[in-house]
Design a protein around this ligand. Structure first.
Ligand code: SAM
Length: 264
């Protein structure tokens, strides 16, 4: 029997601040657990039709899900009738997404393994919308990579396309300490999610599962206005930011922000 790869953070985990490290963080055993972390039914309930309505209102037909993960949004998009392509840099995530597509409504996902920094090289076509959801953009550790990824997203959108990108409310964590109610994304009852280390350059989260296993993700704590500024710098003309799926928010309240960036 071959040993299953474990997460590898070396002797000093808080020093691991690299964009490319995500593929080593989403090891198969963590990927398998991801769906109990983001219980699909509860997530559907809490999110409602927020993204679907937003896309429909704009007459969107084709969507590129660039952070497919285990396929939650790709499956919802297909069910709602959008032409959907599902990309992710992790082959393990895509394999799970494909399986989940079959299990949830016999959907055959069109999956493409692609890192955002070279998205145009591996994914073809132009899309009405790109979605990058589930606090994924936070995996990019250098500003150069963030700009590169956003520029790649921009280039793959039609002239009037939109990018929908969400993020954890890191401002609240950095300024006031962690207080997530865990209502939105991490809905599984089976897991406790806590930050182990937070500074301006790193948020290291620990995920403790009932079976005694723990996994970690090292992420860059994006400040909301910084993300908005980057989007505007690469050319997006209008950026609306929602808090926890609502248009009005007070900065300290939401767990998550959703940015909707318009190209035209
Ligand atoms: N969107 C899914 C969800 O909401 O459940 C998955 C979210 S998971 C936090 C982040 C995903 O982004 C992972 O599947 C990971 O492989 C992918 N990812 C992170 N950095 C990436 C990169 N540079 N290029 C492509 N995919 C990346």
């Amino acid at each position: 029997m071959t040993a299953r790869p474990a997460q590898e953070f070396g002797d000093n985990p808080v020093e691991v601040r690299e964009t490319g490290h995500y593929t080593e963080e989403y090891v198969p055993s963590f990927v398998e657990k991801w769906d109990s972390l983001i219980d699909w039914e509860k997530r559907t309930e809490s999110e409602g039709n927020f993204f679907i309505d937003l896309l429909r209102k704009r007459g969107i037909r084709s969507v590129l899900d660039v952070a497919t993960g285990t396929g939650f949004h790709s499956v919802r998009l297909l069910e709602a009738g959008f032409e959907t392509v599902s990309a992710d840099g992790s082959a393990d995530m895509l394999a799970m997404a494909f399986e989940n597509g079959m299990k949830n409504g016999d959907h055959i996902l069109r999956v493409v393994q692609a890192d955002w920094r070279w998205l145009n090289r591996d994914v073809h076509g132009e899309y009405d919308a790109i979605v990058c959801l589930g606090n994924s953009f936070t995996h990019l550790f250098s500003e150069r990579d963030r700009r590169k990824a956003l520029a790649e997203f921009y280039a793959m959108l039609k002239h009037d396309g939109i990018l929908i990108l969400d993020q954890r409310n890191y401002d609240a964590m950095l300024d006031r300490g962690y207080s997530s109610k865990h209502t939105y994304y991490y809905c599984g009852d089976d897991v406790k999610v806590e930050p182990e280390h937070v500074d301006e350059g790193l948020c290291r989260m620990r995920y403790d599962f009932h079976d005694g296993s723990s996994y970690y993700l090292n992420m860059f704590p994006l400040r909301k206005d910084y993300t908005r500024r980057l989007m505007s710098d690469v050319g997006f003309q209008k950026i609306d930011t929602y808090g926890d799926f609502q248009h009005t928010y007070r900065d300290e309240q939401p767990d998550f922000f959703v940015h909707v960036a318009e190209k035209e």
